[in-house]
Design a protein around this ligand. Structure first.
Ligand code: ASP
Length: 473
């Protein structure tokens, strides 16, 4: 049997085995049946290689019947390619496999679309219904691996700076990030619901009260927002919180992490330190709080133009009258506006310690120094029109925690998808997530959202009203 007795060789290492018999395992990318001979391209996670079955070889029958994208184990001799066929500069361009045996580990059916060509032009529904095939393509392999490398490098940087990686709950209470919550019904407490976290904001602050001082998490955040090319229901963020820090400290930690990471990955950062703009300057100069500082030449070269925006207004008017937060209700106002907030005077002029990171036209992240004094946090909620009772109901647990010795703290969250979009030049979230949702909010491959069975509904004490308020799209 081909798969016994010999260790598998990775395709990238084949050139070291010229003249030897090897066993490789992977997929059939290409099969060219030329009658007397059959040519193949094989692929594993390390690369591709050409192989051939010559007249009279025992493998000929199988070779003729092995469909593309089947999973195979190949026993073959590595040989140098005849000079005229060699492809200099290409991986394994100078070698080929003379195939003795093909074992089909798993045959592939007729493919719904071509996976060896860029799938960008294929309809989203088909790509996502067969996402596992779409992922086999070169671009998706590259993007998802690059995402993994980015996260790994950021993690390593943070560990080096004495951060602790801590997970926070998924089933939790609503945290305001300005979006709608996804909710999960409780079976044990019929009629009550958990919310999925829009961010780990409150838990990470509680971890500061808990004495960890430097926290990070590669966190999933779930927000029921209108879907756009660059925004989905779920995203991942590099979520950071630090104790005893100023705005400057958080910004320089993040700047060092990003710069070190992307430069190690071979990218060029346009300007270091990252330029800074106040919100007012950004609005005046670019008419928006996210902007692209690249020249057309930078764009061609894949340069990364990071910039910070700070000194945002803390509050904005809501249509019904009154105020809401622009970014984060847990933020501290800028030092010169603390008194103003406590007095609730000229609310529209109060600035927050919020800082946003932008890159190449996208908002890549944002954070702030937090209001760790209960009276300041209370004043934020009063400004937004919450009664003492409502404030207690929403954030009483935070106010309570802050009574027991809380270090001044601040943090940030960086969107992993946005960071990867910047690196790859992709403009759609689905190109940098393994299993994204469709524009209509349907999951890849699987069929959520879908109905529950009558039994499940009964167990949860839920009745579905016949007319949903919003027609499904
Ligand atoms: N909680 C914020 C967010 O998820 C980030 C932060 O302020 O740290 O966008």
């Amino acid at each position: 049997m081909a798969s016994n007795g010999v260790d598998r060789t990775f395709i990238k290492d084949l050139a070291e085995h010229v003249g030897e018999s090897v066993l490789i395992k992977g997929w059939v990318s290409v099969r060219r049946d030329q009658g007397k001979m059959v040519f193949f391209d094989f692929r594993d996670m390390t690369g591709t290689v050409q192989g051939l079955v010559t007249p009279g070889a025992a493998a000929m029958d199988t070779a003729k019947n092995t469909a593309r994208e089947s999973v195979v184990a190949i026993t073959a001799t590595v040989q140098e390619r005849p000079g005229k066929n060699a492809q200099a500069g290409k991986q394994n361009g100078n070698i080929e496999l003379l195939i003795q045996e093909i074992e089909v580990l798993s045959p592939a059916a007729v493919l719904p679309f071509e996976v060896n060509e860029d799938t960008a032009g294929i309809g989203e529904e088909s790509r996502l219904a067969y996402r596992y095939l779409d992922l086999r393509g070169e671009r998706m392999q590259r993007n998802i691996r690059l995402r993994s490398e980015l996260v790994q490098r950021c993690r390593e940087y943070l560990f080096g700076e004495k951060f602790t990686e801590i997970e926070t709950p998924l089933l939790t209470e609503s945290t305001p990030e300005g979006s709608r919550d996804f909710v999960v019904p409780s079976r044990l407490h019929p009629g009550k619901f958990y919310a999925l976290p829009q961010s780990p904001q409150q838990y990470k602050q509680l971890l500061m009260v808990g004495g960890f001082e430097r926290y990070f998490q590669i966190a999933r955040a779930v927000r029921d927002e209108d879907l756009r090319a660059d925004r989905g229901f779920e995203h991942t963020q590099i979520d950071i919180e630090m104790s005893f820090v100023s705005q400057e400290d958080v910004m320089s930690t993040v700047e060092a992490m990003i710069t070190r990471t992307v430069e190690a990955m071979g990218y060029v950062v346009k300007e270091k330190p990252f330029p800074r703009f106040t919100y007012a300057e950004a609005m005046e100069k670019f008419g928006a709080d996210k902007f692209d500082l690249r020249t057309p030449e930078d764009k061609e070269k894949g340069v990364l133009a990071y910039a910070w925006i700070h000194k945002f207004p803390f509050f904005e008017k809501i249509p019904e009258g009154g105020w809401t937060f622009t970014h984060n209700p847990f933020s501290m106002p800028t030092p010169e506006h603390v008194e103003q907030l406590l007095a609730k005077k000229d609310v529209g002029d109060i600035l927050t310690t919020q800082y946003d990171l932008v890159c190449n036209g996208y908002e890549a992240g944002g954070g702030s120094i937090r209001a760790h004094k209960p009276e300041i946090l209370k004043a934020v909620y009063e400004t937004m029109g919450y009664s003492a009772g409502e404030t207690e109901e929403r954030i009483g647990h935070m106010l309570k925690a802050f009574e027991f010795g809380v270090p001044p703290h601040g943090g940030i969250a960086l969107g992993v998808e946005r960071l990867v979009m910047n690196l790859t030049g992709e403009t759609h979230l689905r190109e940098v997530q393994a299993f994204p949702m469709t524009r209509g909010g349907q999951t890849s491959v699987m069929k959520a959202p879908k109905e529950l069975t009558p039994d499940q509904l009964a167990e949860l004490g839920i009745q579905i009203s016949p007319k949903p308020k919003h027609e499904p799209r």
